[in-house]
Design a protein around this ligand. Structure first.
Ligand code: SAH
Length: 419
């Protein structure tokens, strides 16, 4: 290990004894309690060198004097953080992520923030379009370098269009205001086309939610595709109907999409048309309902039960329920548990023996065990015996580091009602 020689320009942060081990295993954070001495005069977002108690160089990170996460790791090397740094990192991540992407897929998460050692930065790629989000003060000063590295015709990504969607409320935790969508390079003439598992899709990169699409459900969508043959599917919280497309591609007979956003359903309609389901739409085999899911389930219980039972002789229905994060932070956890439980109870109540139920929680504050417990209690209240067919998490491009248990957030449970 190298010993710090003290680069004069970069201040040093020294850890308490023993606090280097999580970092050596790849954990990307140091909390306030792990810091022996913080550099004097350092402001939010400043880049610092990280030293062990014994003075060994551990890497570089971004510092925040007021955040409980005092330091976020950027590198294990001593390097200059400029456009070239971002280019090198994007190149490496591109190779690593393309290695495991399924065939005929060019929509993926190139950078998953802290877990990819680019803290506070998300980059999603949709075909030729790159969309980035900045969440932290440390990344906020690197905006121009990030955009440059993404568009550079001699760089690794060579995006034809670079859009920034730093409009998340989470920015406030680092003292930053949400910003309106910004096009840094190229022209946006409509939703960005890309492919997932051989199917054409679109992301609304300017007005859509997150960066325009929910790439994190790719594995679950592929699994649903394998289950859907001959079934009617109810797709709750459908957004742009990506689960509906997966179900139809897998041979679903009918799909009913429900979401409160008219715009999302409009985009979903275009996606299904592009995929050749125009006739199914006209015949009413693919439908869209702009409604609040909770109210809709209460109001239409009998109708939905009938829909999911299917015509006599057909396979029982498939219910996909993928709500937004009810717990945006640990503070909302108890309230969120009630919401997940109430929703699951309503869903189980619609399902007859043989029906399939796919449901998710993207609240990072809720553990997989807690989510399963919520489902167990809801099934009990609805009087259903249920078999778990599969549990899924976020796909590999939403990196899960062995050393970073705080990272994973998505939980999906695929179940079959036994009786
Ligand atoms: N399943 C989608 C992603 C869902 S994101 C996919 O695979 O792409 C959550 C969706 O829930 C958003 O589209 C949002 O518009 C919708 N939503 C949030 N609260 C809602 C509510 N109470 N009723 C209906 N839809 C809601």
């Amino acid at each position: 290990m190298k010993t710090n020689t003290g680069l004069s320009a970069v201040p040093c942060l020294r850890l308490k004894p023993g606090r280097e081990f999580p970092l050596l295993a790849g954990h990307p954070w140091v909390f306030g309690g792990g810091v022996a001495s913080a550099p004097a005069g350092c402001r939010a977002g400043d880049i610092v060198e990280v030293l062990s108690a014994g003075g060994d160089f551990l890497g570089m990170g971004t510092f925040h004097p007021a955040n409980t996460i005092r330091l976020r790791m950027l590198s294990r090397e001593r390097e200059k953080i400029d456009a070239d740094f971002f280019s090198r990192r994007f190149e490496r991540l591109l190779v690593e992520k393309r290695r495991w992407l399924p065939p005929d897929t060019d929509g993926f998460r190139l950078v998953h923030a802290d877990a990819d050692y680019l803290p506070g930065l998300v980059v999603d790629v949709y075909g030729k379009t790159a969309v980035f989000q900045i969440h932290t003060a440390g990344m906020e000063t690197c905006r121009a370098e990030i955009a440059q590295a993404l568009r550079d015709p001699a760089g690794p990504v060579r995006a034809a269009c670079v859009v920034e969607r730093s409009d998340a409320e989470a920015r406030r935790q680092d003292g930053l205001k949400p910003r309106p969508a910004e096009i840094h390079f190229g022209n946006v003439t409509g939703p960005a086309p890309f492919r997932e598992d051989g199917l054409p899709l679109y992301a609304d990169v300017i007005e859509g939610q997150k960066t325009g699409f929910f790439l994190d459900q790719r594995d679950a969508r592929l699994y649903v595709r394998g289950l859907a043959a001959g079934r009617r599917a109810l797709n709750l919280f459908s957004y742009s109907c990506a689960f509906a497309l997966a179900a139809l591609a897998g041979g679903a007979e009918e799909v009913l999409n429900v979401d409160s956003s008219e715009a999302a359903l409009g985009l979903g309609r275009s996606i299904l048309l592009e995929n050749g389901y125009g006739q199914a739409l006209e015949a009413g085999r693919v439908r869209f309902e702009a409604a609040d899911v909770f109210e809709y389930l209460e109001a239409k219980t009998a109708e939905l039960r009938g829909f999911l039972r299917g015509p006599a002789g057909d396979a029982p229905g498939l219910l996909v329920c993928d709500p937004p994060a009810f717990a945006k932070s640990a503070a909302h956890l108890e309230q969120a548990k009630k919401a997940y439980g109430g929703l699951a109870r309503l869903c189980f109540g619609l399902l007859a023996p043989g029906a399939l139920f796919v449901t998710s929680s993207c609240s990072g504050a809720l553990s997989p065990e807690e989510f399963t417990a919520i489902l167990r209690i809801a099934a009990g209240r609805a009087g259903r015996r249920v078999r778990i067919l599969k549990t899924l998490s976020q796909p590999f491009d939403h990196t899960t580091l062995l050393a970073f248990p705080e990272g994973p957030y998505l939980k999906t449970c695929v179940m079959e009602v036994v009786d």
